[in-house]
Structure formats: C-alpha cells, structure tokens
Design a protein around this ligand. Structure first.
Ligand SMILES: [Zn+2]
Length: 227
C-alpha cells in the first residue's frame, strides 16, 4: 500500500514565529512526521518541532549541564527548580501536576551531560498548561535556600539523645543508586576508561554520596570549631 506523505504545517523556511526562526524543514518518512528546526533569534536556543498525526503531544525542554566535580549540582538543581516558581508559587508543582492533570508522562531527568524536563498529554489544553508550568519552573524558579537543604541534604534531629541524621531528597535517591552493585561497577568502569572527563563524574548521574559525606564531614568540623 502506498504510504501517505507526512503531514505538513503552514510554516516556511526563514519564517519567524513567536521569536523562533525556521531554519530547516525535513520530512521523516520512518516517523511519518515533518521535522521543523527553529532557532530562537534572541538567545540562539534551538527548537525541534516534530509534527505528525500521533494523538500524543510531547514537550521537552533540555539544558546542557556538564560538570567538573561530584557534588551532584545538576541533579539537586533539577529537583529544586520544581519547588515553586514565579507564576506557580506552590511547594510542589510537580506533585500537583501528577495529581491534577491528564498527563501521560511527566518527569525530570539528569543525565551525564544534560538535564531534561519532559511532559506529555493527549488533551491539548492540558498539554499547554503543563508546558506553561514547566517553562515557568525552569526559567523563573523561586530557588530558596531552604529548597536546597530540602532537596540536597540537611541535618535532622529526630531524637536529641542521638546524633543528628542526614536527610534530603537527592541524598536519599543517591543512597539507593549507590547501594546497587551493578551500577557501582558500571560507574567504576566508566570512570576508569575516561578519567578526568565530565562523563566520569558521579554528579552527572546525581551526585556522589561520598562527596555528600565529605561535605558533611567538613560541616561537622566547622560546627565543632564554632560551637
Ligand atoms: Zn532525582
């Protein structure tokens, strides 16, 4: 049976739409889609728009976040920007979207060299609401000091007769990752093969628990000196 041509939109090369200039338009037969590649005129940000007749709508905003140490900053920041923004100053917009939208996918992920924020929904209105919340989160986050303690790590005293414990969302996540033998071996092999390159850093996958501990040790020493 002959294949239909991929669907097209009324966009021409060099046309500017909402500040984005269409640089290239390519049909992708395998996906039955048309790819539109735009560049944001003011910032140089790149936009890939895949247009097809799939009922699913997906938006993903991604940032390059290569690092040079093991402190897990991109992962902690990935969590922290989702703790309230200028237009949506609620404690946990991510949970609100999970509960209160018709999303079919919603997440934020830190890779070895990038951080991505994907959202998907089959309902157009819902989809654009989610895009609005995610764009405000990444471009106008509140980022209070307490958010970093909450998402990164902090001391918590549950029982005054016992030593303070360490708590934190990313800290706990990384405790899980570092308890897994297979992922430990994979990290060591990567670190051995490409030593001193950003790709060998633990922070790319969320921060090294050993580095967290090192920071803790430093903080304890400082507190002992001060008090
Ligand atoms: Zn995480």
């Amino acid at each position: 049976m002959p294949q239909k041509n991929p669907p097209l939109q009324n966009i021409k090369t060099n046309q500017t739409l909402h500040g984005f200039k269409a640089e290239r338009i390519e049909p992708i037969a395998e996906l039955h889609a048309t790819a539109y590649i735009f560049t944001h005129v003011k910032t140089g940000a790149r936009l890939l728009h895949l247009y097809n007749d799939d009922p699913e709508n997906l938006f993903c905003i991604a940032f390059r976040t290569p690092v040079s140490d093991d402190t897990g900053v991109p992962h902690i920041l990935e969590h922290s920007v989702l703790c309230g923004s200028k237009k949506f100053p609620v404690k946990d917009p991510f949970q609100e979207m999970l509960k209160g939208s018709l999303q079919t996918f919603l997440n934020a992920l830190t890779y070895r060299d990038k951080t991505v924020y994907p959202v998907a929904s089959q309902v157009e209105k819902d989809f654009f609401n989610l895009v609005n919340v995610y764009c405000d989160a990444v471009f106008h986050p509140l980022l209070t000091e307490n958010t970093f303690y909450q998402e990164g790590w902090h001391f918590e005293v549950e029982d005054v007769s016992k030593p303070a414990g360490i708590k934190g969302i990313v800290y706990n996540e990384m405790k899980g990752v570092f308890s897994d033998f297979a992922s430990h071996v994979a990290r060591k092999i990567t670190a051995g093969l490409i030593a001193n390159k950003p790709f060998c850093r633990m922070s790319l996958i969320g921060g090294s628990i050993f580095c967290f501990h090192f920071c803790t040790l430093l903080r304890q020493i400082l507190m002992n000196l001060l008090y």
